[in-house]
Design a protein around this ligand. Sequence first.
Ligand code: THU
Length: 136
Amino acid sequence: MTEQALCQKAIDMLDMAYVPYSHFPVGAALLCRDGTVFTGCNIENAGYTPTNCAERTALFKAVSEGVTEFTDIAIVGSLDGKKNTLVTGPCGVCRQALYEFCGPRLRVLMAKSENDYIETTLGDLLPYGFGPANLE
Ligand code: THU
């Protein structure tokens, strides 16, 4: 799977986002080590705090299906009517949730479009991250 194709899968998820409160759709596509992809969108809630981010939707879909090894995640966010115009970095909670399974080497593609994205790593986004190894 190319980086462009992974970004496109995240972009496709913008249409699935449930965002009646923020009107800020986010899409994510998580590439597993075996080559499969789990996608996610943000799902908001009238109680606000139960809102689930796109990245964690994708992660929890994968883990709940028994998949726990990942190499890349693509993330895209947009404002209503201005699709794919923003680079969205994962929130702090999602960085921590991803760190549990992916560690610092996960590649993170923060996309504006299929061909326009910033590439970084989870280690850069979450330095000195706290993970399973800290509890060994
Ligand atoms: N959001 C995500 O889905 N991922 C992020 O990493 C940033 C924030 C969502 C949560 C909420 O539904 C909306 O964007 C505005 O915060």
